[in-house]
Design a protein around this ligand. Structure first.
Ligand code: CAO
Length: 544
């Protein structure tokens, strides 16, 4: 047993880099070449593989630290049998391999001592899958940088994806042939590298190559570079469907974690530099998926809202949603996404209605019934549903029919401490104002006390959402599908209304009618609203 120290390897010219991921936990078994940490400079990121097999004792750097070549990264406890790649390997005695295929002959290594003849290599944009021009949004190299094959040189962005253009060779950047904001396409020139002869392609491009962002005319240059390395798509908002997880910007350890947890990386929002997905992004995604399945599995390709750790900006508190709030949330989302909504607005003159309602006060006290404008609204809605039966329909499950209902039940949204409940006033068209008022009182009371039975909330044909007692001048209510209409009511206000010879003060009630445009046309809605306004403005019509 020995404890070995792993250090930051050669960074290819970068002076210091950031530690952006610690991939293991102390105690974890480490195989040779397992990625220990991920480092990132302002140009590229790299995984640091372990030169030892054994077990991780501890990290000697923290996530976020800045390190340079030679800095100690981690302690690895190696077993007696394990072999260090940093140690001299003993001369291998070849055992006879009876069942095995003969080992391939080692590839000849370039002679290190050979005089290094250097030449220039033009790098062009490889095949990006179309002839369209794309924007160059980032140059990831600087003149003098030493780049390795596969390092990102520039980042391109089309309207569908962002692509890293990797270097097809290792070498030193001696000229950059494009600028941020340029429009490039397959074959456009990107940079010239000074490479050793062993690296260079047959064609070495003179330094006086065609300048910035022109297409490479030499057919022998473009294919050489294009075939060497394809661009890496790091994000593809419009093309995520069916895209492989290779298309996301994440390191190997994060990919491994995602594989272990069964997380599709396309669904995870990266919070690292340039949107790189980090381990904590995968953790947050899983936490969110467990706590709120509805928010992560829309199943309809809708981009997800990123999960943010708000505590990094200030003090926060996590408050558990009630069952009703969760149910309401998913119903609202379902209805909002399924129903093509239209909302139309009107005002009803309820001056006389209010006079009449107030005149019922003494009688109401005797009966123990409080009559509010909501009772008149329910009554008027029921009559309007009767007169405009399109609003008393629902789409059939087969998508080929609508179901016409021949009963009239009106749901009423009730604001309760546990969330929104919608009890239903049954056969509202057959009830008078006293009976409807009694229903409102008892159902609203049961809703607030959490004592509604499922049957109290079933069978609604249309919903009323009255915010009149609270305030506001209008809002756009969400249809309570499979119903096709909902009336939002805001606070009545005294307004000057032109009566033909003068402005008269009238009490006006703002009405907001949302409907499902698959079942209801604007004309239907206009007729429904006009009828409703007429009934509320002159309640004598309610008696007809
Ligand atoms: N304009 C002005 N005043 C109004 C009004 C209006 N449109 N509607 C009601 N009021 C008055 C009532 O007349 C009553 O005043 P008085 O006692 O002086 O007559 C007062 O507001 C209190 O009303 P209330 O809320 O106790 O009773 P209500 O019958 O008006 O409403 C209910 C019952 C259950 C609809 C209501 O309590 C409620 O919960 N509303 C919220 C609905 C909601 O949350 N909708 C949003 C759904 S989507 O998020």
């Amino acid at each position: 047993m020995a404890v070995e120290i792993v250090t930051v390897p050669d960074l290819g010219g970068a002076e210091s880099v950031d530690v952006i991921e610690l991939n293991l936990t102390p105690g974890d078994a480490v195989e040779l070449e397992d990625s220990l940490i991920v480092l990132e400079s302002d140009k590229a990121s790299m995984d640091v593989p372990s030169p030892f097999a054994g077990s991780l004792v501890k990290y000697l750097v923290a996530d976020g630290a800045t390190v340079k070549v030679g800095d100690a990264i981690a302690e690895i406890e190696t077993g007696a049998a394990e072999q260090s790649a940093q140690e001299e390997a003993p001369v291998e005695e070849e055992e006879p391999q009876l069942d095995k295929e003969p080992k391939p002959e080692k590839e000849p290594q370039p002679a290190a001592e050979a005089p290094s003849v250097e030449s220039e290599q033009l790098i062009v944009v490889p095949d990006i899958g179309s002839d369209d021009e794309v924007d160059l949004i980032e140059i990831s190299i600087a003149i003098g940088d030493q780049v390795e094959e596969g390092d990102t040189l520039v980042v391109l962005e089309s309207d569908k994806a962002t692509m890293d253009v990797p270097s097809s060779h290792s070498g030193k950047v001696i000229k950059i042939l494009a600028a941020e904001g340029d429009k490039l396409r397959t074959g456009s020139q990107v940079a010239i590298l000074q490479v050793s002869n062993a690296e260079a392609e047959v064609i070495a491009v003179p330094v006086e190559a065609t300048p910035v962002a022109t297409e490479a005319k030499s057919p022998s240059v473009a294919p050489a570079a294009a075939s060497a390395s394809a661009p890496t798509v790091i994000s593809a908002p419009a093309a995520t469907e069916g895209s492989a997880s290779a298309d996301v910007y994440a390191g190997p350890s994060v990919r491994m974690l995602a594989r272990e947890l069964g997380v599709s990386l396309e669904k995870v929002s990266g919070t690292g530099p340039r949107g790189r997905i980090q381990k904590n992004d995968v953790d947050s995604y899983v936490k969110n998926a467990l706590n709120n399945p509805a928010s992560t599995s829309t199943g309809s390709g809708i981009p997800e809202v990123p999960v943010v750790d708000f505590s990094q900006f200030g003090e926060t508190e996590s408050i558990k949603l009630t069952k009703i709030q969760k149910l309401t949330g998913s119903n609202m989302q379902r209805n909002w996404l399924n129903v093509p909504h239209v909302t139309q607005f009107d005002d009803a003159d309820i001056t006389e209605l209010e006079d009449f309602r107030k005149s019922l006060k003494t009688e109401g006290e005797k009966r123990g019934i409080r009559v509010t404008p909501v009772a008149f609204l329910i009554k008027a809605i029921a009559a309007s549903l009767h007169a405009n039966p399109e609003f008393n329909r629902s789409l059939a499950g087969d998508g080929e029919h609508v179901i016409q209902k021949h009963y009239i039940n009106v749901g009423m949204a009730v604001d309760t401490p546990r969330g929104l409940m919608v009890p239903v006033i049954k056969d509202a068209n057959e009830k008078g104002i006293w009976e409807i008022s009694e229903d409102i009182m008892s159902l609203a009371g049961l809703a607030r006390d959490g004592k509604l039975k499922p049957s109290d909330m079933q069978g609604g044909c249309f919903t009323l959402s009255s915010l009149g007692a609270i305030g506001g001048t209008g809002f756009t209510p969400i249809v309570n599908a499979p119903e096709v209409g909902i009336l939002g009511v805001s606070k009545s206000q005294m307004k000057p209304v032109w009566n033909g010879s003068e402005f008269a003060p009238r009490l006006t009630l703002p009405l907001c009618l949302s409907y499902d445009h698959r079942v209801i046309n604007g004309g239907d809605a206009g007729r429904f609203m006009t009828h409703l306004v007429k009934l509320l403005s002159d309640i004598r019509y309610l008696a007809l």
